[in-house]
Every structure is written in C-alpha cells, then in structure tokens.
Design a protein around this ligand. Structure first.
Ligand SMILES: Cc1cc2nc3c(=O)[nH]c(=O)nc-3n(C[C@H](O)[C@H](O)[C@H](O)COP(=O)(O)O)c2cc1C
Length: 316
C-alpha cells in the first residue's frame, strides 16, 4: 500500500510570506513542511528587512518551517547559516536553484550547479563548523545543461543531508516548458539522500500521473499549485470538498489573507498591491481566471476591491 504522501510548501519570494503560511496551515492544512524564501546578502552586505522578517521566530510560531540561504561561497554560506541558527532554526535549506541572472551573475543559486568544485569547498567550510543543524538542498538540473546535476550529486553524496529537493528543469528554462520527471527518475539512482520532487504539481489528476511515473516517490514540494489552489495539499492527502464547500473555504481563505495584510500593512495602496499579487495565482481557482484578474486589477480602492471579490465569488 502506498504511504500517505508528504507535501512541502515551496518557497516563493514575495508570495509565500509568513501571513500566507499561517493562513494556509489554519485554513486547509495538508502541509508537512513550509519552506521560507531565502535570505541573502544585498547591497553593503545587508540582508533586506523584508527577508529577515520572514525568518523571525515570532512570525513562524508553531509551524514546521525550514529557512533557506542563497550564497556564492563558504563565507556567505556560514555567515547566513549562523544568523539562522541564532534565530533557532535546526533545519536549513541551501538554494542551488534560483535561475534569475541577477542572482546567478553573483555566482549564487543555480550558478553553483556549473561549479561543483566551488560547491565542494563551500560545503567543506560549512561542515567544518559542526553546526548542530540539519541541512537540505533545493536544486535544479543545471544552468543550461540538464546533466550539470550529475557532478553536483557526487559532491552532495559526500555530506550528510536531510533531503535533496530536485526541480527537474534547467535555469535557462526559467519556468517555461515542463519539469521533466525522467530527469528525476535518473537522479534516484545517483543520489544517496532522500529526494523530494518539485515542479508543476497543480492538480490531483496531474499528481496521480506523476505518481504513476514515480511509484516509489513519497515526498513532494508544491509552489505555484498551492498559490492557485490552497486546498491542493489537503486534497492530495485525501480531503474531498464538494464545489460549494470548496468555494466557501476559498472565500474564508481569501478573507483571512486580506485581514492579515490589512492588519500589518500601512495604507490601502499597499494592501491592494499585495492582494493584486495574491490574485495573480489565486485567480486560477475560478472558471474565468483572466476576467477575475481583470476585475481585481481595476479596483482602485478597497471599496471597489471588496465589490470585485464579491462578484468573482458569486459568478465566476
Ligand atoms: C516568484 C517566485 C519566487 C521564488 N522564490 C524562491 C525562493 O526564494 N527560493 C527557492 O528555493 N525557490 C524559489 N522559487 C522556486 C519555487 O520554490 C519552485 O521551485 C518553483 O516554482 C517550481 O515549483 P512549482 O512548479 O510547484 O511552482 C520561486 C519561484 C517563483 C515563481
């Protein structure tokens, strides 16, 4: 018999913030671990306040959270890990997947997939510190070549790791095309650590197709699919909602997200901006996502926004 799947919430900078994590856990559940978007050094060796706020312990109370670091070498890596350790994190994820040129030009994220020697050095420096912390890795298949991962796996196999989350796309694909389950299947025999599948899980039916391709796989990470349908984690664990019930729960989820932003953001402009961002994926829960998004975008005041949301939940 197949075990109950483990479902992780992927980190999406700007989207899966601490309010989202809390509301998702309270409204639908179904998530075994919440991965916090990365912290990294910005200008002047400073970490942005918006990134630090995400890892503050008071913003992540009673949730199973994993923090993440984005780094270019052993010095950045150990400094960032020390900061997270001081905040009390006992599991930290290393980002080897971020594809954006602004990041990879600095030798961070997916850039390290092309530099296994540099990665080896960074990890040697990390493990020499003997932090009492569990580490995991989140990676893509390569920068431009989907075989970059093979040399990286050899490096990762030399260290103890909690798990390796593998998103089988190259960085130059960004989010285009499809994640390639075959690349993941190949990785299974090359990686000695538990592997977690990440990429394009957006529905129960699509998930079942993936399970048929990877029957032994038990841990899965979902990003955009949970933003579009926050019920997905619970549904993959076996919860069944009839359409009316789901609609009511989505409305409640939306309202809690809205209340969360309203209570901590300054001014309706900021709240509307965050809700616009939220709807870029959430609109996919409705039969006409394009029209729903248009209504939200047109809302120039909270009053208009509330009317637009009522209209979407009533008729879309
Ligand atoms: C806007 C955006 C921000 C992201 N931020 C992060 C991040 O901070 N750390 C990370 O490891 N991945 C980040 N990702 C990648 C996602 O975690 C995930 O690997 C990717 O979206 C593929 O999974 P999905 O198809 O389930 O969304 C981001 C992706 C997007 C679209």
């Amino acid at each position: 018999m197949q075990q109950i799947a483990k479902i992780y919430q992927a980190p999406l900078q700007g989207f899966t913030d601490f309010g989202f994590r809390k509301v998702l856990a309270e409204s639908f559940g179904g998530i075994d671990k919440f991965f916090i978007p990365y912290i990294s050094y910005g200008k002047g060796h400073e970490i942005k306040r918006s990134q630090l706020r995400e890892v503050f312990p008071e913003n992540n109370q009673s949730l199973p959270v994993v923090a993440q670091v984005l780094f270019s070498d052993g010095t950045e890596l150990t400094e960032l890990v020390s900061i997270l350790k001081d905040y009390g994190y006992d599991e930290i994820n290393l980002n080897l997947g971020c594809p954006y040129p602004m990041v990879t030009n600095k030798g961070r994220g997916a850039a390290l997939l092309e530099k296994p020697e540099a990665l080896l050095e960074a990890l040697q420096q990390l493990y020499s510190k003997n932090y009492q912390v569990r580490f995991s890795v989140k990676m893509r298949a390569g920068m431009t070549n989907d075989r970059d991962a093979e040399a990286v796996f050899e490096v990762l196999n030399q260290f103890p790791l909690e798990e390796v989350i593998f998103h089988p796309r190259t960085a130059d694909q960004m989010y285009d095309g499809h994640a390639n389950p075959q690349l993941f299947a190949n990785a299974v025999s090359l990686v000695k650590h538990p592997l977690v599948y990440n990429g394009d899980i957006v529905s129960v039916a699509g998930f079942q197709e993936l399970q048929a391709i990877l029957p032994a796989q038990n841990s899965w990470m979902i990003g955009r699919g949970l933003l579009a349908n926050p019920a997905l984690g619970a549904q993959l664990k076996g919860d069944v909602f009839n359409p009316n019930e789901l609609r009511e729960k989505l409305r409640d989820f939306h309202d809690r997200i809205f209340d969360n932003y309203s209570s901590r953001l300054d001014g309706s402009g900021h709240v509307l901006m965050k809700m616009n961002q939220f709807w870029t994926y959430f609109c996919q829960s409705f039969s006409n996502p394009h029209k729903a998004m248009k209504l939200v975008k047109k809302s120039t005041s909270l009053h208009k926004y509330n009317a637009a949301v009522a209209e979407i939940f009533r008729s879309f």
